[in-house]
Design a protein around this ligand. Structure first.
Ligand SMILES: Nc1nc(=O)c2c([nH]1)NC[C@@H]1CN(c3ccc(C(=O)N[C@@H](CCC(=O)O)C(=O)O)cc3)C=[N+]21
Length: 281
């Protein structure tokens, strides 16, 4: 048996077509959505992600507002740019990428929660915990959307999430246990004593550990859906958390690259269009 591919690249293209129509309808009402990015430093990976996000925007009619700051920028310099984008009516929403070395919590908290298209502002994470509507983080929602669009059943499913990080594992556990998703979630992490024991029972496995090949075929229940979210670099190549042996056992696997990465970008675009539509009334 070989698993069905959860093709994130093809799904991104499908979602872009849908969003382009919604952006066109907004433009007829005189509204042009705009995505802002604040990028600090010269990490090549981060530059690639930000570039890809602006290319996605251009393809569907969203304006780009790009602010690249040099490595070593001060807290006050980054905060001034955040204040500027908070106040800019052309900026529907924005993200702050790679502020390593600075007080990240202070930066996140300074973003207007209504423009927080990363869904990582404490108000939006708090709303998620409280069960109120707010902006949601892109990678968890993109992972769920990838499953939905391939008809992988989520309601009642046993899901094992590996990784408790802020951008994926922790919010994903919260989203999947909402009534609207209704999954049973086991959240595994570096303190988990017997990972294989938990993974064995899962209908859906979300590997976001950042440990290359940590999920192997012998750990997976036949027919399970496996999402490979982990991104490591081995000899310059992207290495996911999912070993090649999983493809012979699983029912569905998301490749890496071209799996969850493009879906993260799709949900960023979707968050922007959602905000613009709400403003349009
Ligand atoms: N504030 C903030 N927001 C982010 O959304 C954010 C961030 N910081 N820091 C870094 C991570 C990483 N990230 C990715 C987005 C798309 C791909 C993606 O589309 N990757 C392609 C190709 C990757 C390649 O070939 O290099 C793929 O998976 O097929 C990957 C990674 C967003 N991030």
């Amino acid at each position: 048996m070989t698993a069905q591919t959860l093709d994130g690249q093809a799904t991104l293209n499908e979602i872009k077509t849908e969003l382009a129509a919604r952006v066109a309808a907004l433009k007829e009402k005189g509204i042009t959505p705009g995505l802002g990015t604040v990028l600090v430093g010269d990490d090549p990976g981060s530059h690639w992600y930000v570039g890809a996000k602006h290319r996605d925007c251009a393809a569907i009619g969203i304006e780009s507002i790009r602010r690249d700051l040099p490595a070593g920028s001060s807290q006050a310099e980054v905060e001034a740019v955040i204040d500027e984008l908070n106040a800019d009516p052309a900026c529907t929403g924005f993200i702050v990428q790679q502020p390593t070395g600075l007080d990240e919590f202070a930066l996140l908290s300074r973003v207007d929660p209504d423009k927080d298209v990363d869904g990582l502002h404490p108000v939006n994470l708090g709303k998620l915990v409280l069960g109120e509507d707010g902006l949601l983080p892109c990678t968890p929602v993109g992972s769920i959307e990838l499953l939905r669009r391939h008809d992988v059943p989520i309601n009642g499913a046993e899901v094992v999430v590996i990784g408790r990080g802020l951008t994926v594992g922790r919010p994903l556990g919260l989203i999947l246990t909402r009534r609207s998703e209704n999954a049973t979630v086991t959240l595994c992490h570096t303190g988990t004593r017997d990972l294989a024991k938990h993974v064995r029972d899962a209908d859906i496995i979300v590997a976001a550990a950042g440990v290359p090949g940590i999920i192997t075929g012998d750990m997976v229940k036949p027919g399970a859906a496996v999402l490979d979210v982990g991104v490591s670099r081995v000899d310059g190549q992207i290495a996911g958390d999912v070993d090649a042996s999983v493809w012979d056992v699983a029912g569905w696997v998301s490749p890496n690259p071209k799996g969850v990465g493009p879906m993260t970008r799709a949900m960023l675009l979707s968050n922007i269009v959602d905000i613009a539509e709400k403003q349009a009334g």
